[in-house]
Design a protein around this ligand. Structure first.
Ligand code: FES
Length: 157
């Protein structure tokens, strides 16, 4: 995740300017903003709307439709567990359920202490080595609960 020294209106303008010439730039603008901030700050929605000459409802609708967009900052560690078919067939759902239980969060949530966000993803391109997950962007395969939970605890500490 890239941090920025710009204030939010400056950042939004910069991101929109970088993508303004692309066809239907809203999605790519939102993805770029989330890459830079880690989430879509709700205060950015009217700014993006004004820059792209869209309604706030248009922008809000896209942010809420796509599950990859988050409206709150992620935890210090982000875990994305693959739930696509190949990983499901080797225990991804059980892995996810145990992680939820261990850390007291559901998919899409962040622990109350801000240490970890649990997300889902549908294929990480590591299908032969499932169950697969990413921890802070790094890919791991053949995971079991103890190994993944241990990694999360180490990363979050
Ligand atoms: S199905 Fe999980 S990595 Fe492809």
């Amino acid at each position: 995740m890239k941090r920025t020294e710009m204030n939010l209106p400056e950042l939004v303008r910069c991101v929109v300017d970088a993508h303004r010439q692309e066809p239907g730039p809203l999605l790519v603008v939102l993805q770029d903003l989330q890459d830079r901030l880690g989430y879509i700050d709700p205060e950015a929605i009217p700014l993006v709307a004004a820059e792209l000459n869209l309604s706030r409802a248009d922008v809000h609708g896209v942010v809420t439709f796509y599950r990859d967009f988050r409206s709150q900052p992620p935890g210090r560690t982000t875990v994305r567990v693959c739930r696509a078919e190949a990983c499901k067939s080797v225990g991804a759902e059980e892995l996810l359920a145990r992680l939820e239980q261990t850390f007291g969060v559901r998919v899409g949530q962040t622990t109350p202490d801000g240490s970890m966000t649990l997300d889902q993803v549908f294929c990480l391109g590591n299908c032969a080595l499932g169950p697969a997950a990413q921890v802070n962007g790094r890919l791991y395969g053949r995971l079991d609960h103890d190994r993944l939970a241990g990694m999360v605890q180490r990363e979050a500490s």
